[in-house]
Design a protein around this ligand. Structure first.
Ligand code: UTP
Length: 478
């Protein structure tokens, strides 16, 4: 929830609005705070939209009614690789159109990096996690190197927007500063911070304090990107610069091409792709019926993402005439969106991007004793927005099939499934396959990784000579 009140508001200026919202208790301990704590609290209180808060709490305090799947049909999927049953897209036409978009400065990359990364448990913003199997490059560096190669090809810096959260903004910025913007132009890299939502007790509707001078809050979800782009002025900056499309990806996938010419071309309808150019998504075939990813489907006639927990098991297991899962179109959270469409989504507000409610354990200060309580059971509602809720709002949203082994290495957990280890292996496998496709064998026991130039050349279909010839037992960045 971000508003634009005068930055100079004091707590006393804000008190009437806070009282009118029925939340006067959050000011219970103000008299005990130091002046620095008061200042920090003021800054937080100013960022809350007190006028709309009561309505939001009322709408989401009750237990969520079970999501009904409605009338579900498989999504229409298009494909540049000739998969039976998909709408065929001409890859070279789409690539040419996408390259032209990039070359003419109409594309910017957008990374959502505001998440808390709780499952990973890494001390620092997720993007600063070393992930390159041969180079130990961090996630941010992997993306920066590809953007650098694509920018060199385009002859202009491709803007890279990064969404941080209030919790990780300072650390993220310092990381880029210390590493000299990862070899990119300083002006090319743009940070903006997502909003937060205050947690509240569902019974009383009251906000919680995480300490005497801080509301308990959480980042407002990757769907907060739309409000944050507008509120920060970044969307306007893009409009002024003539950027028309954003290439959206998550910070935790080192195999994602930050700007993919074929996808971007298909997104604007080139090569016969069924797309209006408002909002497009990539899909991979689910590994099996039980894989925990959302799937693209037509729900009551509209393309949407259905979360895995909402897809009944028998529906998830059903197969089609090709022997494939009917609902195999797994979402990998890679999208392209037009700047104009994002502006319209922001104007539509909650009707386009509603909040999703989670019931969680939130430590808080007891108002009577002033003691901090660590709950053993969920006690509070957290609200988040999901970016894929924009899909059903778009005209003719496109879903394009891509190869999982080329584009998807989720890094969610410290160990096991979707972990740092599995993401490193997937990057090695991808580089080894790249070498094999070029008629070279992968020597025994070596660890490989594609450089930014190689990865960009691969998706732009450019000539590229590897930097080095890998030897058995060595680590090599191609
Ligand atoms: P996840 O849903 O995997 O969440 O985010 P997470 O915070 O990274 O990890 P956990 O669930 O706490 O373990 C998917 C992507 O969306 C971004 C994340 O940074 C990641 O790129 N994200 C998520 C945001 O930018 N803001 C949010 O509020 C939530």
């Amino acid at each position: 929830m971000t508003t634009t009140p005068a930055e100079t508001s004091t707590i006393e200026d804000l008190r009437p609005a806070i009282e009118a919202a029925g939340q006067a208790h959050v000011l219970s301990f103000v008299g005990e705070l130091s002046s620095a704590e008061v200042e920090a609290f003021q800054a937080q209180l100013v960022s809350i939209d007190w006028a709309s808060l009561p309505g939001v709490i009322e709408r989401y305090r009750g237990a969520a009614t079970a999501e009904t799947t409605g009338d579900l049909e498989p999504a229409v999927v298009c494909c540049p690789c000739g998969t039976p049953g998909d709408v065929a897209v001409d890859a070279s036409e789409a690539r040419a159109a996408g390259l032209e978009l990039i070359r003419s400065g109409k594309v910017a990359a957008l990374t959502v990096a505001g998440g808390q990364g709780t499952r990973l448990g890494f001390d620092g913003p997720k993007g600063t996690l070393p992930i390159g199997p041969a180079s130990c490059r961090t996630l941010f560096e992997v993306f920066a190197d590809q953007l650098s190669a694509a920018s060199a090809w385009a002859g202009r810096p491709i803007p890279w927007l990064l969404m941080t959260s209030p919790q990780n903004h300072g650390q993220t910025l310092r990381f880029f500063e210390e590493r000299h913007w990862l070899g990119l132009d300083r002006e090319q890299v743009r940070f903006f911070t997502q909003g937060v939502m205050p947690s509240f007790c569902p019974e009383s509707g009251r906000l919680l304090l995480s300490n005497k001078g801080t509301l308990a809050t959480n980042p407002d979800g990757h769907g907060g990107v739309v409000r944050a782009l507008v509120g920060s002025g970044e969307l306007e900056w893009l409009e002024r610069r003539g950027v028309e499309h954003l290439s959206y990806f998550q910070v935790d996938n080192p195999l994602v091409p930050p700007v993919d010419p074929v996808f971007l071309g298909a997104h604007i309808g080139a090569g016969g792709a069924p797309s209006s150019g408002q909002f497009s998504s990539k899909m991979v075939a689910k590994a099996d019926a039980s894989e925990k990813v959302g799937v693209f489907a037509r729900r009551n006639g509209q393309t949407s993402v259905v979360e895995y927990s909402d897809l009944p098991a028998d529906v998830a297991r059903s197969t089609d005439e090709h022997g494939r899962l009917r609902f195999e179109a797994g979402s990998i959270a890679i999208h392209a969106a037009s700047v104009a469409f994002l502006r319209s989504i922001d104007e539509a507000g909650e009707s386009a991007l509603p909040f999703h409610r989670a019931f969680k354990k939130v430590p808080h200060v007891d108002l009577a004793s002033g003691e901090r309580i660590e709950p053993s059971e969920p006690n509070a509602v957290k609200l988040e927005r999901f970016v894929f809720d924009a899909i059903p709002v778009a005209d003719e949203p496109m879903v394009m099939r891509v190869a999982r082994e080329r584009e998807f290495a989720p890094t969610k957990n410290a160990t096991g499934v979707d972990s740092v280890e599995s993401a490193k292996k997937l990057q090695h496998d991808r580089a080894a396959a790249w070498l094999t496709e070029r008629g070279q064998a992968c020597p025994d026991g070596c660890t490989l990784e594609l450089s930014g130039e190689a990865a960009w050349a691969d998706c732009a279909e450019l000539e590229y000579t590897p930097r080095t010839t890998p030897e058995a037992g060595s680590s090599a960045v191609l």
